[in-house]
Ligand binder design. Structure first.
Ligand code: PLP
Length: 382
């Protein structure tokens, strides 16, 4: 799909159009569960659980344009988006091939909930690319990956996986939360469905829990049906805050990209860190792939502090600008220990195998001044 406007313009205006005189510039909040019906009308009723509240419709339209999708939908959380995107394409008895490098909450969903619904999952180590093809069986209906992984910032080869999925007539679902549509748009590279936790870059102020899915109208219609049945629609206020956040997404992501690159370059030269993970660094294993696929390297940096968890926690206690909290992609820089947050569900041995030893800090760079972030880290190390 060709876009008529750039990503910043779309984030602000959607499809720009002349508004009526005296109409509000910002979308008003329709904080209403229901809407008046014409008597005797058999048209679809307006009801906020149905996803047809104007605040919900507006952000879905913008997100579809940003991802270059036919259609999109917002849900009450990123996890709701992950769950319903998969349930839209999988049935009991079906098989899913998933990357091993995924958010812990998604792993819990797959292992606990999908198993209960008769959906089996095989995990592939993306460092063994031949295993993707080997994992596909006659029951496989979908492949799932995170485009930019948490927390080692590895980049998955979406075009290659899209080719494999299309050869087998199965769907490729990509969680692109860490990249955001400003840095990477999976549908442009052959993916079928893109999932995002809108809690992160789309809303961008650490004050909203939301998720979104973009793809073909057929898939989004099915997700809509599931949402109406299961109920995880987005609240109008969360939708309104997301629309407000979207307007500055391009600026925020560009600033976060710059801050993360500067922090990674600074940290790379410091003896206190045994490893620095950022795809913008030449030493990162996916640097070339990131340059090929992405418009920006992302706002996250993985820092492995020498001395393990005690040394990492000493650093955390001394930070003043950077906040110790889970989540990411807000205007404020956040740092967390994945072993206690996103990767708590994994054993220490599994985490070490993923490249997440104790002492690993995941830093989500926000929009503060670069020097203040570096000085905060340098001061904490002193
Ligand atoms: C990559 C990724 N996907 C999905 C989610 C789930 O999002 P939410 O917390 O909005 O449900 C997260 C949460 O951190 C995440 O990091």
């Amino acid at each position: 799909m060709t876009r008529r406007h750039g990503l910043s313009t779309i984030s602000i205006h959607g499809s720009p159009r002349r508004g009526a005189d005296w109409s509000p510039v910002a979308t008003p909040i329709y904080q209403s569960a229901t809407f008046r019906n014409p008597v005797g009308s058999s048209d679809e009723v307006l009801y906020t659980r149905y996803g047809n509240n104007p605040n919900q419709v507006e952000i879905a339209r913008k997100y579809a344009l940003l991802e270059g999708a036919e259609s999109a939908i917002f849900l009450a959380s990123g996890m709701a988006a992950t769950a319903l995107a998969h349930l839209a394409v999988l049935r009991p008895g079906d098989h899913l091939v998933s990357s091993l490098w995924i958010y812990g909450g998604t792993r819990v969903l797959f292992d606990g909930e999908f198993a209960r619904h008769g959906i089996t999952v095989t995990y592939v180590d993306p460092d063994k690319p031949r295993d993707w093809r080997k994992a596909v069986t006659k029951n496989t209906r979908a492949i799932f990956v995170e485009a930019l992984t948490n927390p080692t910032m590895r980049v998955l080869n979406v075009p290659l996986l899209a080719k494999l999925a299309s050869e087998h007539g199965i769907a490729l679902l990509v969680d692109s939360t860490f990249a955001s549509p400003i840095n990477f748009r999976p549908l442009e590279h052959g993916a079928d469905i893109v999932i995002t936790s809108a809690t992160k870059y789309l809303s961008g102020h650490s004050d909203v829990i939301a998720g979104a899915i973009a793809g073909s109208s057929t898939v989004i219609d099915e997700v809509t049906r599931l949402m109406r049945a299961w109920g995880p629609s987005i609240d109008p206020h969360a939708a309104w805050l997301t629309e407000r956040g979207l307007k500055t997404m391009a600026l925020r992501v560009e600033r976060a990209n710059d801050n993360a690159m500067a922090v990674a370059n600074w940290a790379n030269g410091r003896s206190e860190f045994s490893a620095v993970h950022h795809p913008g660094l030449k030493s990162h294993p996916d640097h070339a792939l990131a340059n090929k696929l992405f418009d920006g390297h992302g706002g996250l940096v993985g820092l492995v502090v020498k001395g393990g968890a005690p040394a990492a926690q000493k650093l955390l206690r001394r930070l003043k600008v950077i906040t110790h909290a889970p989540s990411l992609a807000g205007v404020e820089s956040l740092v967390s220990e994945p072993r206690l947050t996103s990767h708590k569900a994994f054993s220490a041995a599994e985490r070490t195998a993923f490249g997440i030893p104790d002492g690993f800090l995941r830093l989500s760079c926000g929009c503060e001044d670069t020097a203040d972030l570096i000085n905060d880290l340098a001061g904490a190390l002193r």
